[in-house]
Design a binder for this molecule. Structure first.
Ligand code: GAR
Length: 201
């Protein structure tokens, strides 16, 4: 069984949805939730869901290597960012190459980059009178929102949409697709490991 860690900075509704999705799977489970915000609601969700959680500070991520140590101590195989707003440092990118994904609440490469998150994205989409928005699931690299795109799904933006109503449409797409895509990636990882060990034998 693969162990998933989720990084989140805010409410954590995606984190909860992913925890629930994997709770009855045998291939993988969410065994750790990490947050850089002590007051983040995601930490309360973690407690309610009975998932171990960790709060960390900037130095733990970028200077001391404490976050990487925690991931290793907890035997984490796969990292999911779900509303996490800091860059992932090189030590973690190297240790988890190809095994870190993020979700962005718009159709990248539009509306990406530093400072583009949550409702700010939806406000910009509405201000520009775009007729569609959606979600992007992508690999994570050293830049904001620039890793290779894995999956996108679209929704209409209606003239009467507000940032809140658009956020609701985008969240619905996130809940529908993010856990499934994570599962596919993890299954692909397991298949690759099996064929490699078969080749070695
Ligand atoms: C989600 O919509 C996610 O796509 C977005 O933050 C929201 C978190 O909601 N992420 C970003 O904007 C990253 N740039 P949640 O805490 O309820 O899951």
């Amino acid at each position: 069984m693969k162990h998933i860690a989720i990084f989140a900075s805010g409410s954590g509704s995606n984190a909860e949805n992913i925890v629930r999705y994997f709770s009855n799977k045998i291939t993988a489970k969410v065994t750790l939730i990490l947050s850089n915000k002590r007051e983040a609601y995601v930490l309360k969700r973690a407690e309610a869901l009975n998932v171990k959680s960790v709060f960390f500070e900037r130095d733990d991520l970028y200077r001391t290597g404490r976050v990487l140590d925690i991931l290793k101590e907890n035997h984490i195989d796969f990292i999911v960012l779900a509303g996490f707003l800091w860059l992932v440092p090189d030590d973690i990118l190297e240790a988890y190459r190809g095994r870190i994904v993020n979700i962005h609440p718009a159709l990248l490469p539009s509306y990406g980059g530093k400072g583009m998150y949550g409702d700010r994205v939806h406000r910009s989409v509405i201000r520009n009178r775009d007729s569609e928005s959606g979600i992007t699931i992508h690999h994570v690299n050293e830049y904001y929102d620039q890793g290779d795109i894995i999956f996108q799904a679209r929704c209409r933006v209606d003239p009467e949409d507000t940032p809140e109503s658009l956020a609701a449409k985008v969240h619905a797409l996130e809940y529908e697709h993010y856990p499934r895509i994570i599962e596919e990636l993890i299954s692909g990882m397991a298949d690759k490991e099996n064929s490699e060990s078969f080749e070695k034998a």
